[in-house]
Write a protein that binds this ligand. Structure first.
Ligand SMILES: Nc1ncnc2c1ncn2[C@@H]1O[C@H](COP(=O)(O)OP(=O)(O)OP(=O)(O)O)[C@@H](O)[C@H]1O
Ligand SMILES: [Zn+2]
Length: 647
């Protein structure tokens, strides 16, 4: 039962909710039933069928409509007198600026990606509005409270980088099914159906690079005189047969590893024609491209069945055939999408054939889809628990009761008989570049690096700025915005192509530049240190930013994670800024990265300074000393690619 003070804090509050998905639906309902009277909701998405199992404010008839609006309407039906305002929009839109944020007493996040979370964090800091941040992944969840000057901001602690795999593991020496999945979707699928000009190291790496690169030049181009089946056979034999054969010739590689076996079409399907069920004609006549399915084509029904090598090979051929016959227009532009059934079928089949070759256990389409899409199936109850905790913390914040606020972690197994682990909030990190004024340090070759490199490799990707302005003293070097004149735009464009030391306001060793995001009202100073050489392997950016710490890659303790729409693994340029890129690495977003709340920061108790080895005593005291067995505290904070999260 709420106290009089709590009720009055609730009644007077004006609340902004960002995200009306899994957590958001629960949260809106709980806010309304707790007596909140003035709630604004921002969500950029429309409702999908896959949301209906847990986003209970939505019904089948709402599919395709704005989540924010439908959620509002649903709650108004049982609380008609409260004020709920919905925005079907991206929270990064420029109208949601600092002034917009200032009108709220508290901001509550139910987001699913690091990028948006960082953006909201910055606006809350700039507007001095407390933020209650949240996320869930399956049974795990967390709620954290961020009050400017009093607690850590969302970015005080580094977020885990997505798990990356060395290229050679993916292309030559896979040992887990996830390696085969990454190969199938980021290399093979991309090569066959994506942008042909994209760099793509599909061939097994061996000392015999000459042969492999020669083959890779033309092998994926359909030849004039061949039909789809002949083309598919040739691809199959090349990637599952020839490439493995080539790799085997490199004895060194296999000294301490099990040798793979090459698989050729003739070994698996001999001369058998591809088996089809009776629906083929109907299927091929079907113009609904989104329902095209190789499984239906072959009469395979249960996505949880593990197909044999033969069945996988049939699915491989059927899917390839369907792509080339029915979805030809898309070829050259496709990227893997977990919601594209044909793409999932193709990737499952290709990954399984490769797995068979490397003696790795095969997986069902259902499992493969989960791994390929970084999906941890959402648990509605976790969302409900987390939404409840958000409201509890929001009420404390509204009563200015910061000292009683808690970061709460929802665990999968009880620890000290507790499933909900409350932790006192930490103080702001004094060297956080977002909430303190600590300058960053950038080592860079100022005679070689261009302003464009600085913008792309530091300002947008690492610092997460969307509308950056770069200045040296009072001299403006770069700016983005709708209100710029043509001359200014041309001038800044020209600056992008200049090396740093040749800019109108030269950036050289010892220079301090100011980087600012006009919308986020975030200002950072960066001290520049000139350095001649960089290690191409370890420092592929050709510059090193200190003071901004990428967290270690999330542990690969699960192969799938719910990224709630965040980016997935990728060898090509990921869209989201938080997907780590390195020259020689493929990245896959592992558990927690984009789906975990706030990007899935994991703190194992053993990683957190403890009483035996306190790195930071204050922090150590706040974490319970020991928990039973192997429990891990998962700080759900950031997918995905994009990308833990709300679900
Ligand atoms: N930049 C943003 N601006 C506004 N809303 C956002 C932004 N980024 C994410 N969201 C919203 O946050 C919500 C997160 O909810 P949730 O994690 O349940 O994702 P979902 O897309 O509904 O589910 P799933 O990805 O599992 O199908 C989504 O509704 C999404 O539209
Ligand atoms: Zn901070």
């Amino acid at each position: 039962m709420a106290s009089v003070q709590q009720l009055s804090a609730i009644k007077d509050a004006k609340v902004l909710m960002v995200g009306a998905g899994g957590i958001g639906c629960e949260l809106l309902k709980t806010l309304a039933l707790s007596g909140f009277q003035d709630i604004h909701i921002i969500d950029m998405d429309t409702i999908e069928v896959s949301n209906l199992n847990r986003q209970f404010l939505f019904r089948q008839s709402h599919v395709g409509q704005s989540k924010a609006k439908v959620a509002r309407d649903a709650v108004l039906r049982f609380r008609p007198k409260i004020n709920i305002k919905s925005y079907h929009a991206n929270v990064k839109d420029s109208n949601f600026n600092v002034d917009f944020f200032k009108q709220f007493s508290v901001v509550l996040n139910g987001l699913d990606n690091l990028d948006a979370r960082r953006h909201v964090n910055r606006l809350c800091l700039a507007a001095d509005v407390p933020l209650v941040e949240s996320g869930t992944t399956g049974f795990l969840g967390q709620v954290t409270v961020h009050i400017k000057g009093k607690t850590e901001c969302y970015e005080c602690q580094p977020k885990p980088a997505p798990k990356t795999y060395p290229v050679c593991t993916i292309t030559s020496t896979p040992s887990k099914f996830v390696h085969c999945i990454v190969w199938a979707k980021d290399l093979l699928f991309a090569k066959l159906f994506g942008d042909k000009n994209q760099d793509n190291d599909l061939n097994v790496r061996s000392n015999d690079t000459a042969t492999s690169s020669e083959h890779s030049e033309d092998i994926f181009e359909p030849r004039k005189d061949e039909d789809i089946q002949q083309y598919a056979n040739r691809i199959y034999d090349h990637v599952f047969g020839h490439n493995i054969q080539t790799a085997l010739s490199n004895e060194e590689t296999w000294k301490n590893r099990n040798k793979p076996r090459p698989i050729y079409v003739k070994d698996v399907l001999s001369d058998e024609p591809i088996q089809q069920n009776g629906n083929v004609d109907k299927l091929l006549a079907n113009d609904n491209l989104s329902s095209l399915s190789a499984m239906a084509y072959l009469g395979l029904k249960n996505p949880q069945d593990i197909w044999s090598l033969k069945e996988n090979s049939r699915v491989f051929f059927a899917a390839l055939k369907l792509f080339f016959s029915k979805r030809q227009k898309e070829i050259g532009n496709l990227t893997f999408d977990k919601d594209d059934p044909l793409a999932v079928e193709f990737v499952t089949a290709a990954a399984n054939i490769r797995a068979a070759s490397f003696n790795i256990p095969l997986h069902s389409l259902f499992e493969a889809k989960g791994i390929a899409g970084n999906i941890v199936h959402a648990v509605a109850t976790t969302n409900a628990i987390i939404a409840g905790l958000i409201v509890i913390e929001a009420i404390k914040v509204l009563q200015n009761d910061a000292k009683n606020c808690r970061m709460t972690y929802c665990l999968q197994h009880p620890s000290r008989k507790m499933l909900l682990m409350p932790v006192e909030p930490f103080e702001p990190n004094k060297s956080c570049y977002v909430c303190s004024e600590t300058p960053l340090l950038l080592e860079v070759n100022t005679n070689r690096a261009k302003l464009r490199d600085l913008v792309e490799k530091v300002v947008t990707s690492k610092l997460g700025m969307s509308l950056p302005l770069i200045a040296h003293g009072s001299g403006l070097l770069y700016e983005v915005g709708d209100d710029l004149g043509k001359d200014e735009v041309a001038n800044y464009e020209a600056n992008l192509e200049k090396v740093l030391s040749e800019l109108p306001y030269a950036i050289t060793g010892g220079t301090i530049i100011t980087v600012e995001d006009l919308q986020q009202e975030l200002v950072c100073n960066i001290n520049i240190k000139h350095r001649e050489e960089f290690d191409e392997e370890k420092e592929p950016d050709g510059m090193v930013l200190h003071g901004w710490t990428p967290a270690p890659a999330a542990e690969n303790n699960k192969e799938a994670t719910d990224n709630n729409g965040a980016s997935t693994s990728s060898t090509s340029k990921p869209a989201s800024a938080d997907v780590m890129e390195a020259d020689d690495e493929l990245s896959i977003v592992e558990p927690g990265v984009e789906t975990l709340p706030a990007g899935g920061k994991k703190r194992k108790l053993s990683d957190v300074p403890n009483s035996e080895a306190p790195i930071d005593e204050k922090r150590a005291k706040k974490i319970p000393e020991k928990n039973d067995g192997d429990d891990v505290i998962v700080m759900l904070d950031d997918g995905n690619d994009d990308d833990i999260t709300a679900s």
